[in-house]
Ligand binder design. Structure first.
Ligand code: SME
Length: 150
C-alpha cells in the first residue's frame, strides 16, 4: 500500500517547475489524503544556527508549535537522537508536546542531508498504535527523496 505511493512521491519531488515549499506541501497533502491513519503530516527543519526546530510545510490543522527547542517533545528528541521515534500511545509519553486532543499516536523520522540531521517528517494519527516498520521504511524513502532538493 505505502510502496505503491513511491512513484507519486518521486513525481512531486522532481517537479522543478514548482518551488521546494510548494512541492513539500503537495507531498504532505498526498500523504494525508491517501493514508487514512495519517491525520497531520508536516516537516520541521533546524532553524538556522539555533538549537531549535521550525515548522515547514504541513497538511492538517494549524499548530501552535511552530518552534520546538531541541530535546523538547518527540520532535525535539529526534533532532538530537537522530533515530526514528514511533509513539504507539502519546498518553504514555512524558516528553510529549500535544498539538490536538484527538491525536493518539505519532511517528517522527529524521531527515539527513550529507549525513547531517537537518529536519524531520512528523505524522500524527488519531488512530491508536497504527504505525509499523512499513511506515518507517516508507518515510525514510520520502526523506531521502526530499533531501535531494534541499
Ligand atoms: N507532538 C510533537 C509536536 C509537534 S505536533 O505533533 C505537530 C512533539 O511532541 O514533538
Amino acid at each position: 500500500m505505502l510502496t505503491s505511493l513511491k512513484p507519486k512521491v518521486t513525481t512531486i519531488i522532481s517537479n522543478n517547475a514548482e518551488s521546494v515549499e510548494n512541492r513539500l506541501t503537495e507531498l504532505c497533502n498526498l500523504l494525508r489524503d491517501t493514508v487514512d491513519y495519517y491525520d497531520w503530516v508536516g516537516f520541521y527543519f533546524k532553524n538556522g544556527d539555533k538549537e531549535e526546530l521550525k515548522l515547514g510545510p504541513y497538511a492538517g490543522e494549524p499548530t501552535d508549535h511552530t518552534i520546538i527547542p531541541f530535546g523538547k517533545g518527540i520532535c525535539g528528541q529526534v533532532a538530537v537522537g537522530n533515530e526514528n521515534f514511533v509513539v504507539p500511545d502519546v498518553a504514555a509519553q512524558d516528553n510529549y508536546i500535544a498539538c490536538s486532543i484527538t491525536v493518539k499516536a505519532e511517528i517522527v523520522v529524521p531527515l539527513f542531508k550529507n549525513g547531517e540531521n537537518i529536519g524531520q517528517i512528523d505524522i500524527d494519527s488519531n488512530t491508536p498504535n497504527p504505525f509499523t516498520e512499513e511506515d518507517e521504511r516508507f518515510l525514510e524513502f520520502v526523506n531521502q527523496e526530499v533531501s535531494q532538493i534541499l
